[in-house]
Ligand binder design. Structure first.
Ligand SMILES: [Cu+2]
Length: 169
């Protein structure tokens, strides 16, 4: 696993005090790559972003949070709904694919719209394969939605967070 020295800066509404340096962070974990999550759009250059573009798999924070950045101030721009994220068209269900760069044993994966949990998939406390896909029922939701996908790992106190913008219907 590569370790990176990253200065998260520029191009976003960060005050200088929020420009942080992440030195040798544990570098590798996972994120939703399809439909492209916000951090995946950063990594692809679909949207201009700070340091998260170098490590879309690192949006990690304590379990139980409900924000796109997982409480990680270096990645606060992921919470900005006005940043021009592309919303992927989906039907009344959508399949979400995670890419794992470190395959942590898994408690579960959760999916939320607003405050409502719309799916909960057990990880059986097992190590996942390198990619995992979940088909989530979106019945009852229409139009543009922001889905928060959460990977609750079993071997640390943290979880990984990814917001996915979709257009339902
Ligand atoms: Cu990890």
């Amino acid at each position: 696993m590569k370790k990176r020295l990253i200065a998260a800066a520029s191009g976003v509404a960060l005050t200088p005090a929020l420009v942080v340096v992440l030195a040798g962070t544990a570098s590798a974990h996972g994120y939703v790559n399809a439909p492209p999550s916000r951090q995946a759009q950063c990594a692809k250059g679909t949207v201009q972003c700070g340091g998260v573009k170098y490590e879309p798999q690192s949006v990690e924070g304590p379990k139980g949070q409900r924000t796109c950045n997982g409480g990680n101030s270096a990645f606060a721009e992921l919470n900005d709904d006005s940043k021009g994220w592309t919303a992927t068209p989906v039907g009344t269900s959508a399949t979400f694919t995670w890419t794992f760069t470190a395959r942590h044993r898994t408690t579960n994966w959760e999916y939320y719209i607003g405050g409502t949990r719309i799916a909960n998939v057990s990880g059986n406390n097992a190590q996942p394969p390198a990619t995992v896909s979940h088909t989530v029922n979106l019945a009852g939701h229409t139009g543009r939605q922001k889905i928060l996908a959460i990977w609750n790992v079993a071997d640390t106190s943290n979880a990984f967070y990814a917001c996915v913008d979709v257009q339902v219907g």
